[in-house]
Design a protein around this ligand. Structure first.
Ligand SMILES: Cc1ncc(C[n+]2csc(CCOP(=O)(O)OP(=O)(O)O)c2C)c(N)n1
Ligand SMILES: [Mg+2]
Length: 514
């Protein structure tokens, strides 16, 4: 048994059984050891941003970490944007980063870098296994750290000699920490504050937006408290049978207008909301002036228990409002827009589907009608780094092979990590990819105006347009083995989407929207 075996044995013993990998020479021992540990499923990703985003999607759906296999600092660096997103989704994930043999580092060979420094900002925990005997215990430590609570990515650096040298020893089992229940005073204080408030709002995020949290939050809504969810949520049930909280608006002035008159904001599983960006003369903090704020449960605490206790304390009904099943009964017609596409998604989405949302300005068209679609779940962009919609879908489909996965992407967003299409085909994953092809970074055209940067001239407009040359998503997808169709009308999209929902396997729909 060598160090790589020790690592795989401990990962598998702790139920870490998926590895999204892009290997190099320093990882050859790990790759070879995969043959001796068949319980680990290796998934080749042709760019590290795909591997890290896939591990995020897997972790969100499985509630336990996948691992990645990354090559030195540069491999890690390529995966950093989606690790940033995963950190802000609090997703458990174990990055295994191959490094030079310990004695080789001193020679500063081309791939030498300060991996620990690179990994630190997006890792809850970073350590290097400096000997093969250290590997198993550190792997268990890494897994524990990734669970938090709240969870997040961790990074285990594996020098090549620690992987190839012999070691003995059993796999180490990690004990997962549980979320502490919030203090009784927090619940009592929240109940008191709500009784005294005129217009209280409960803001939920993270764990509070999962099914159990939503059910408790719905009880509070039934008791007269307005419940809102964070703008971007890691994983949230939606559709028939789920409580649909209002959402914090994206733009600061709209958020504050929506909150007008609110005199109390209580946070569960999240913190005080802030604007996504600063704009000249616009506020950063999305709490109305004079409004009191109070934390019921922070991100590490058991927000579900806290919401339940608060609902009990306020004598809320046992059950709150749930969404009905109301599917659009007619095929939408006319030009294809995000709105007509949303109707088609709502009509055809199967029960249990998982939507991976990186659809930027097209998202609003889908969100509305799907609130009464068949029950499904949505994985959102928690860290603002676009290019997650395709990788998330890879990981979600590996974690939940019996569920249909739908990946919704802006054309700009999809171009960051389009290599994921190849992995979808290679692994025959049941994923339908929609690319909203408006040939534009549309949101940035809106932001150009909002930031007061002025009207774009031809140079500036060129940086916001994807139209010249136009990207053929059908060519890109078929070139990587994914069957694809382009739709230009609402009817065409409805048919293509219905077909994709009816058949298993990867599909891409290029939605040509104006
Ligand atoms: C990693 C990363 N790089 C750049 C950006 C800045 N950015 C935000 S939205 C956007 C363009 C989105 O375009 P697209 O996906 O086509 O959506 P659309 O606005 O057209 O709906 C860019 C480049 C970002 N958020 N993340
Ligand atoms: Mg676009």
């Amino acid at each position: 048994m060598n160090g790589a075996d020790a690592l795989l044995a401990t990962l598998v013993a702790n139920d870490v059984t998926a590895c999204f990998a892009n290997p190099g020479t320093s990882e050859m021992q790990f790759v070879a050891a995969l043959d001796r540990h068949p319980a680990m499923r290796p998934v080749l990703c042709l760019f590290e941003g795909v591997a890290t985003g896939a591990a995020d999607g897997y972790g969100r759906m499985a509630d336990r970490p996948a691992c990645t296999l990354l090559h030195h600092g540069p491999g890690y660096g390529n995966g950093a944007a989606n690790l940033h997103n995963a950190r802000r989704a609090y997703t458990p994930m174990v990055n295994v980063i191959g490094d030079h043999a310990t004695y080789h580092r001193q020679y500063d060979a081309p791939l030498n870098s300060d991996i620990a420094a690179l990994a630190a900002p997006n890792s809850l925990w970073v350590k290097s296994a400096e000997s093969p005997d250290a590997v198993a215990a550190l792997a268990a430590e890494a897994i524990i750290a990734s669970f938090g609570p709240p969870g997040g990515p961790v990074s285990l650096i594996l020098p090549a000699d620690s992987a190839w040298l012999e070691t003995s020893g059993e796999p180490v089992i990690a004990q997962r920490a549980i979320r502490p229940a919030p203090a009784g005073e927090a619940v009592e204080a929240a109940a008191r504050a709500i009784r005294a408030a005129v217009k209280p709002v409960l803001l939920i995020g993270g764990q509070a937006c999962r099914a159990e949290g939503l059910a408790q939050a719905a009880r509070l809504q039934a008791a007269g408290i307005r419940v809102m969810a964070d703008t971007f949520v890691s994983r949230q049930p939606r559709g028939a049978g789920s409580f649909a909280p209002a959402r914090m608006q994206y733009f600061a002035e709209m958020a504050l207008a929506d909150l007008d008159g609110t005199d109390l904001m209580i946070f569960a599983g999240t913190t005080r909301p802030v604007a996504f960006f600063a704009y000249p003369d616009r506020p950063s903090v999305l709490v109305p002036p004079g409004c009191r704020t109070l934390t019921l449960a922070d991100r590490a605490e058991d927000a579900v228990a806290a919401l339940g206790a608060l609902a009990d304390a306020l004598g809320a009904p046992r059950e709150g409002p749930n969404q009905p099943l109301l599917r659009p009964d007619r095929v939408p017609s006319g030009p294809l827009t995000p709105q007509t596409a949303g109707l088609s998604v709502a009509r055809n989405l199967p029960e249990g589907a998982i939507i991976c949302d990186d659809s930027v300005t097209s998202g609003g068209g889908i969100a509305g009608p799907t609130t009464t679609a068949a029950p499904h779940e949505v994985l959102g962009l928690t860290g603002g780094a676009i290019g997650i919609g395709l990788p998330l879908a890879v990981g979600a489909a590996v974690a939940a092979p019996d569920r249909k996965v739908v990946s919704l992407n802006g054309d700009g967003a999809a171009m960051y990590t389009l290599q994921a299409l190849w992995t979808l085909a290679r692994e025959a994953l049941d994923v339908t990819v929609v690319v909203f092809a408006n040939n534009s970074y549309r949101i940035l055209n809106i932001e150009m105006n909002r930031t007061g940067a002025g009207q774009p001239g031809s140079q500036a407009a060129g940086l916001l347009s994807l139209g010249d040359p136009a990207i053929s998503w059908v060519a890109l997808a078929t070139g990587m083995g994914v069957p694809a169709v382009r739709c230009e009308t609402a009817e065409e999209f409805d048919r293509a989407f219905a077909n994709a929902m009816a058949e298993p396997g990867p599909r891409l729909i290029e939605a040509a929207i104006p």
